[in-house]
Design a protein around this ligand. Structure first.
Ligand SMILES: [Zn+2]
Length: 276
């Protein structure tokens, strides 16, 4: 049996939000077995809670936003990726704003927090979400299929005709070891030509040169952390979005998927789920 896990102790982090640019104070707290991951907006009356589940997704425009009709939390995907990637079932995430702090643009800041306090087993078996048949979604040239498996494996193809980035392929079986070593430090790609447009849309206000990989037609503006950092970040995003299903056992094959297609696949998975 794999036991459920939570944090050994509370841990705090102060940072800036990527899209809204506001300062955010975040506390990660241990939680009892079967709590799941729950966001708590401590800046709002009644401190509303938003469970980190797929049915609370309210927006997928360049980030995954959760809401409950009263409150929202933007850009949850890198934090969820860190929590699930490191094997945490249960945690309360307190925030004094409506967006997760950016960290360094990857999941590494959150992995560091988790490792600082450590993880404890809770004596209660983890329930894995399993598929009883393949499911898929396909929209606008982007595709995802999930087939039954005894582990979470993600195969991703990032397709672009960009002269510098090129098509990138990655495949990982997600364990805490693999996540921490191969995926956690990968940052988002931004095309240099899109930066002004994103700013004009109110997105990316808190970003700086070090928190994203910026690429122009003649090269990267900053140093890469992995030679194929872009596809690794796309896989990190899939880990984060699928983490809204709890712990999934499936082999996911993705071509050009983003947060909206990830959500579509989760909806298909939830229609056919079995668990054990
Ligand atoms: Zn991301």
């Amino acid at each position: 049996m794999t036991e459920q896990q939570t944090l050994r102790a509370p841990v705090e982090y102060a940072g800036k939000a990527l899209h809204s640019g506001v300062p955010v104070f975040m506390r990660l707290l241990p939680a009892p077995a079967n709590t799941g991951i729950v966001f708590r907006r401590i800046d709002l009356p009644g401190k509303p809670e938003i469970p980190a589940t797929a049915d609370h997704i309210v927006a997928t425009n360049r980030n995954t936003t959760l809401g409950n009709g009263v409150a929202q939390v933007m850009t949850v995907e890198h934090l969820i990726a860190a929590l699930r990637g490191m094997g945490l079932d249960n945690a309360i995430v307190e925030l004094d704003a409506g967006e997760i702090p950016l960290g360094d643009g990857s999941a590494q800041a959150f992995v560091d927090l988790i490792q600082r306090v450590g993880i404890i087993k809770q004596g209660v078996p983890r329930q894995y979400l399993r598929l009883n048949k393949p499911v898929w979604v396909s929209r606008n040239g982007s595709h995802m299929i999930a087939v039954p498996a005894d582990e979470l494996k993600i195969t991703y193809t990032f397709v672009t005709d960009h002269p510098v980035v090129g098509t990138q392929f990655g495949e990982y079986t997600i364990t805490a070891d693999v996540f921490g070593r191969e995926l956690a430090r990968a940052r988002t790609l931004v095309f240099g030509r899109d930066i002004e447009f994103l700013r004009s849309q109110g997105l990316g206000q808190g970003g700086d040169m070090d928190c994203v990989v910026i690429v122009d037609d003649d090269g990267y503006r900053n140093a890469l952390r992995y030679h194929d950092e872009i596809v690794r970040h796309k896989i990190l995003d899939v880990v984060g979005d699928m983490g809204l299903l709890g712990f999934l056992h499936a082999h996911i094959v993705a071509v050009r998927s983003g947060h909206e297609l990830n959500r579509g696949l989760m909806q298909e998975i939830l229609k056919t789920k079995g668990s054990s």
